[in-house]
Design a protein around this ligand. Sequence first.
Ligand code: T3D
Length: 256
Amino acid sequence: MTFQTILFTVADGIATLTLNRPQVMNALNAQMRTEITAALTDLPETVRCVVMTGAGRGFCSGQDLTDAPADADFERVLRDEYEPMLRAVIGCRVPVIAALNGVAAGAGANLALSADLVIAAESASILQAFTRIGLIPDAGGTWLVPRLAGHARAMGMMLLAEPVSARQAADWGLIWEALPDDLFTEGVARRARQLAAGPTSAYLAIRRALAESGQNGIEAQLALEAELQGVAGRSADFREGVAAFLEKRPARFSGR
Ligand code: T3D
């Protein structure tokens, strides 16, 4: 597959998807949304972790504002273009790391927050920029941010539209961690290697269980855990994990 707005490479079980419109801080246009969706939906079989990052000094500045006329049908664009992209991240068959090399603004912030693990360089920030241009947060932001950081922080971020530093975001639990800039690239690579070598099917089940916990009561969640653990308990990775423990060696998970 060839792409115009993203870079997509695969090495050692890790796919790296780089938003690649650095002249506009990787703003999202229709083509980029389509390409992100396609890349994540049609991953090569060897891939066991995805790292999504940005080219240049930003992660993503959200909707390309040169491509958003005032009379545009945003409802259609969100339904037809943003939602498939977000579902491709959330429903990806392997864990997705958002590696925030710089600012993530507007829909770019919420694209990042839809990933499974968000790791940011300390110089990065997260900005719910929408009210600056008279819009409301979209791309899942009004669902994600209060669940990750709480109602008061979500409300403040969205009404005030001020950047939240990577360190603050990590302290709030909005993201997994903020790393000093000089340790960022290796820190992301280390986590990607860890996830790519891990029990991929168990990761998928964990992601499903956590996603459904928002809607489930405790009884439904206990039932879901039992169902998912039933499958995990019959997996090759469980057999390998136990064997490795008993033989006092690192596990070699196949992802099955
Ligand atoms: O379409 C729909 O369905 C509606 C959906 C909406 C979803 C949304 O995402 S709405 C929110 C859109 N995003 C924004 O409002 C953020 C706009 N950008 C900014 O606030 C700032 O650029 C940043 C905080 C991201 C970065 O600031 P800074 O000072 O580091 O960089 P800069 O100088 O502002 O930007 C660098 C260049 O990128 C600049 O171009 P130039 O002057 O060098 O030619 C700037 O215009 C361009 N750029 C940045 N963001 C966008 C953009 N160009 C188009 N669209 C952008 N979103």
